[in-house]
Design a protein around this ligand. Structure first.
Ligand code: NAD
Length: 332
């Protein structure tokens, strides 16, 4: 059988082809799955999609009408998939429920450290042979307080690194993680975490209940000189409200690997086009903000695991085996 894979980065293509070799052929497309590209999938029983595919009801209907029966999503998060519609259309959707949480946790720290120590600005200066230190002062992390919203696999890996820095650990989650408690994490209400933390890092999934978890009120309740890092999903932050706080001169640094309107932008080269997104355009002008384009997962290790699991999900489906990676609709 030939599988159609959307949104495959150039680095990933040889890895995909190697992993599927001996099982199925795979046709790798660099374009993402959207309403416009969905018709390409006609005749493909199995389609593999990437994190920014928009699997809404229209796209799912087009896929089902074209004969697709299985979607192998190459990510952990699945907020981009309308699972109820998929179920109604009889589509099997599988995701990658686990891959190296260290890829994302280490990247969240990369952003936190970059904004704290003004690395991007410093690097830009030295390229210009400007070796002054003005404006580059950061803060020691040791003894400061980190607030981790979501202490699952990635939140725990992030917390272990925070522990290594000698930070005080505050956590917020619907369920306490005993490994984090063992590291000394204190679970508190979100309001207290936001008010006390010097660094806030987001690691909860995007659900209806977590959309704009960091809204205008939450942002206002944070310390003026706090650092905010989001490597989870853009929709967790009300970006307009964040821009308003940044305009007021607040926050020592903000590191964003995700952005709520990233679909149609991130992973693509838009450098020669007129910028349509005024919010993002404003966001990247702040000297204390670093934005990256959803690359936290992008390590050899994590991508290799994502592809291996995707192949396994496809083989489970074709063999009619049950898999815990198959998604079913839920209500939260
Ligand atoms: P996980 O399921 O192991 O952990 C999520 C945690 O959030 C759990 O402890 C859960 O109890 C908690 N949680 C869920 N709903 C909650 C709610 N309503 N309120 C409070 N806590 C809640 O997931 P993970 O592997 O740690 O991944 C976390 C998120 O990271 C993913 O959902 C995904 O959005 C994001 N992610 C981003 C990238 C990237 O490249 N930027 C890559 C992978 C994952």
């Amino acid at each position: 059988m030939e599988i159609l894979a959307f949104g495959v980065q150039a680095d990933e293509k040889p890895l995909m082809e190697k992993a599927f070799a001996g099982h199925h052929d795979v046709r790798c497309l660099s374009v993402f799955l959207t309403e416009d590209t969905a018709p390409i999938a006609a005749g493909y029983e199995i389609v593999s999609t990437s994190v920014n595919a928009s699997l809404d009801h229209r796209v799912l209907q087009t896929l089902a009408a074209g004969g697709t029966q299985m979607i192998a999503q190459r990510s952990t998060g699945f907020n981009n998939i309308d699972l109820e519609v998929a179920e109604r259309l009889g589509l099997t959707v599988a995701r990658v429920s686990y891959y190296s949480p260290y890829s994302v946790a280490e990247f969240a720290w990369t952003l936190a450290l970059a904004v704290n120590r003004r690395i991007v600005r410093a690097s830009n200066r030295t390229r210009d042979f400007d070796f002054r230190l003005d404006g580059l002062m950061g803060r020691d992390l040791r003894g400061r307080t980190v607030g981790v919203l979501g202490t699952g696999k990635i939140g725990e890996a992030f917390t272990r690194i925070a522990h290594g820095f000698g930070m005080n650990l505050l956590g917020w989650d619907v369920a306490e993680n005993p490994a984090c408690v063992d590291l000394g994490m204190k679970y508190v209400e979100k309001e207290r975490l936001l008010a006390e933390a010097d660094l806030v890092s987001l690691h909860v999934p995007l659900l209806p209940s977590t959309r704009h978890l960091i809204d205008a009120a939450a942002l206002r309740s944070m310390k003026d000189d706090a650092i905010l890092v989001n490597s989870s999903r853009g929709g967790l932050i009300d970006t307009e409200a964040l821009v308003a706080e940044l305009r007021a001169g607040r926050f020592a640094g903000v590191g964003l690997d995700v952005y709520e309107a990233e679909a149609g932008l991130f992973f693509l080269d838009k450098s020669l086009e007129v910028v349509e997104d005024d919010t993002l355009a404003r966001l990247v002008t702040f000297p204390n903000v670093v934005v990256t384009s959803h690359q936290a997962y992008y390590t050899e290790d994590a991508v290799g695991q994502i592809i291996d699991t995707t192949v396994r999900n496809v083989l489970d489906y074709t063999a009619g085996r049950r898999s815990e990676n198959v998604l079913v609709p839920r209500v939260s």
